[in-house]
Design a protein. Sequence first.
Length: 334
Amino acid sequence: MRIVVAGCGAVGARAARQLQTIGGLTDLVLIDPDRSRAGRVAATLGSPARVAAWADETLDHPGTVLVLALPAGEHRRLAEIAIERGADVVSVADDIDEVTRLLDLDAEATERGRTVVVGAAFSPGLTCLLARHAAADFSSVDEIHVAKTGTGGPACARQHHRALGGEAVDWRDGGWTRRPAGSGRELCWFPDPIGGLDCYRAALPDALLLRPAFEAAGVTRITARVSASRRDRVTARLPMLRRPHAEGDIAAVRVEVRGRRGVGTDTRTLGAIDRPGIAAGAVLAVAASWVVEGRLARPGAGGLAELVTEPVVFLRDLSDRGVRSAVFEGGASG
């Protein structure tokens, strides 16, 4: 079995380390525009990791999975090449346009019997699994609200900056609603020690990934927000004023699901806290292993909330890798 990791930044390098534990792995190919960076990761990991330049033929090996941990822009093109050559794809894409283009591959991937997992990172990714798990006991789902704070590597920080300067896309009453990013302040409570932070609308793809999974459950509203300071919002439409850190500090996600349970309505909130690069790498690696083992719901393109029918088992696999989730307990406001 061959796994090709395209992108050896904070998330890709973490994922490569996790991927080495997959049984039956004979070849772990590391590709990065900075070949020396890929070389450093390969030297740390040892066999079967090796460095290579991109070549379409690398994907021709039976049972190949392409892991896309690159910045936004190349995911759709490389995913198309992969499914044409008979490989499956797992992508960390968190840009609205990139996620949309990947989801548009659903028909082709389904026809070819290939899987394209979209948004397999911390958020989206872990948040999709938490939403699926939180909704398990509801007879119908009315609303899903996602919030996150913190960033991973430089690519993640740049995407966070762009998201605050873009346009938010929410699902509301059977249609898409677009509002300016940086608006809609809401106090969201994250797992300790982070606590409560002001969060705002942003150009996040969560609603695009969650709607297909919960449309049949009757969901009427899906939103996503990100924490931001006043400076973040003021400078969001300008170039980044300083170079991002190599890897961000602790980060957290929160997913609130509202729906009907029995004869009444209820709310369930789950969260997680971790270093975003570590958590995203673990989600990426577990998703790739589930693709290899044929444990996803169907071929085609979709998010983890749609493709994973056993979220508790997936979350247990993440827990075994050190990424744990928590149930929020308390009043609706904190």
